[in-house]
Write a protein that binds this ligand. Structure first.
Ligand SMILES: [Zn+2]
Length: 451
């Protein structure tokens, strides 16, 4: 019989879970199949230390099962063994994700790379190496806020062959702008094909639709977004993250089609999300800002201002101020708008945020017609980096308008909409940075697993 204890490491050897402790002092006598449920329970109750221990015990149990069952089965050469190996890799990938959360919440993030280096040898398969590379990249992105190292790390994966959806979403998030339309489509399609999460399918189908809009195929892009919305609405089970994405999808489609009804639906959904009480303060800040964006689009500037301001009371965010400034200037508050834009710390902005910032200056300049605003706006617009056709066109339109200073015409709806689309395209994957209440993310993971 292949009992698990035949596969245990020696008592003085390092534990399988990657804690760095000896097996005897870590998971010996404690590993079990139930540990994962205990880990979720403790995590949801905020007992992160216990959650980490249970998570480690479950990892050890899983790896012993892998040694006892999957590896011998693989050497038998039976085709079903390959499927078992695939299941092991995906299950372990989820466990390492939970482990990452536990390290983060216990403020021992700095030790996580060591755990990963140890776990790298736990399963012998190139797909497992992809999972480890992804976690290293995620650590740089989320724990260290270091996009360039995150990109370096994720680039070690053969992206053209990769079918691990999580790794692909992270790659899309950190890749510099010069990725080609075709490469981007191929990655997005593989994310949609390889994820079991409906919220991801919705999110990345929208991203796909937007990338068509960005090359000028707006009708086609809108149809793609609309079908994703309809697909999600018909599902029996909805997740919190999925519902948030649905509101965002309605907002985007409403802006692209200049359809106020859709914007109204989006506002209603965002408000419902706020009432659901499932969000952390930064999650609430994000929702309130989104509602502000909706009111800004339908030109209800006083309401937009009040939502942006309440968003800022939940969490200070200079990007929110970039959009608040637009509502202010449209509401006749030129001085406040200028003062706000001039004091923002833009060093931390990425290219998409800098783009939005430049557009805000342009809007101010076109309304104030003051020389200093015009000079600043032109300088900011010239610095903008973007490779997307529609954004280039929008930027150039603003530069031309500023150069000619013709009588201000009503902005076309497409130009209004595009001021914020770029950020959407690079929307973060659903990790703990997004600001949703972490307990619900865990429940979300469980729900998705049971399907
Ligand atoms: Zn252990």
């Amino acid at each position: 019989m292949n009992t698990l204890n035949n596969f245990e490491p020696g008592h003085k050897h390092p534990c399988l879970c990657g804690s760095g402790k000896r097996f005897k002092r870590c998971c010996l006598g404690k590993y079990s199949s139930r540990a994962q449920n205990d880990a979720f329970k403790e995590f949801n109750n905020g007992n992160y230390k216990n959650a980490l221990e249970h998570c480690r015990h479950h990892i050890t149990w899983y790896l012993l099962c892998h040694r006892a069952h999957t590896i011998p089965f693989l050497s038998s050469g039976m085709p079903e063994a390959e499927e078992l190996l695939r299941i092991d890799i995906l299950a372990m990938a989820d466990l390492v994700d939970l482990l990452h959360l536990c390290y983060f919440r216990n403020n021992i993030s700095a030790d996580f790379p060591d755990a990963l280096s140890f776990l790298e040898h736990a399963i012998s398969d190139p797909r497992w190496n992809v999972v480890i590379n992804y976690q290293k990249a995620l650590w740089y992105l989320v724990d260290k806020n270091d996009r360039s190292n995150a990109y370096q790390e994720i680039s070690k994966i053969d992206i053209k062959e990769c079918d691990y959806a999580e790794a692909l979403t992270l790659y899309l998030d950190v890749v510099p702008d010069e990725i080609s339309f075709t490469d981007k489509q191929s990655i997005i399609d593989r994310i949609i094909q390889n994820t079991t999460k409906e919220s991801y399918i919705l999110q990345y189908t929208i991203v796909k639709g937007i990338s068509f809009c960005l090359i000028g195929e707006v009708d086609k892009g809108c149809n793609i977004i609309e079908s994703a919305i309809n697909h999600y609405k018909e599902l029996d089970e909805h997740s919190i993250y999925g519902d948030y994405m649905l509101a965002h999808a309605l907002e985007t489609l409403g802006e692209l089609r200049n359809d106020k009804h859709l914007i109204g639906d989006a506002i209603e959904l965002y408000k419902r999300e706020i009432d659901a009480n499932s969000y952390s303060p930064s999650g609430l800040a994000m929702l309130l800002k989104s509602i502000g964006d909706c009111y800004l689009f339908i030109s209800d500037y006083p309401t937009a201002i009040s939502y942006y301001e309440s968003s800022l009371t939940k969490e200070s965010n200079d990007l929110t101020r970039v959009f608040l400034s637009r509502a202010l200037v449209n509401n006749g508050k030129l001085y406040e708008c200028r003062k706000m834009l001039a004091t923002l710390k833009i060093e931390k902005f990425n290219d998409a945020n800098k783009y939005d910032y430049a557009i805000s200056w342009a809007i101010l300049a076109l309304l104030s017609l003051e020389q200093r605003d015009i000079q600043t706006a032109k300088a900011r617009l010239k610095e903008v980096k973007t490779s997307d056709y529609l954004f280039i066109r929008q930027r150039d339109n603003y530069i031309i308008e500023l150069l000619e200073l013709t009588a201000k015409e009503e902005q076309s709806f497409i130009i209004k909409a595009l001021g914020k689309l770029n950020r959407y395209v690079t929307l973060n994957p659903n990790f703990f940075g997004i600001g949703l209440n972490i307990n619900n993310i865990i429940e979300d993971i469980e729900t998705n697993k049971s399907k």
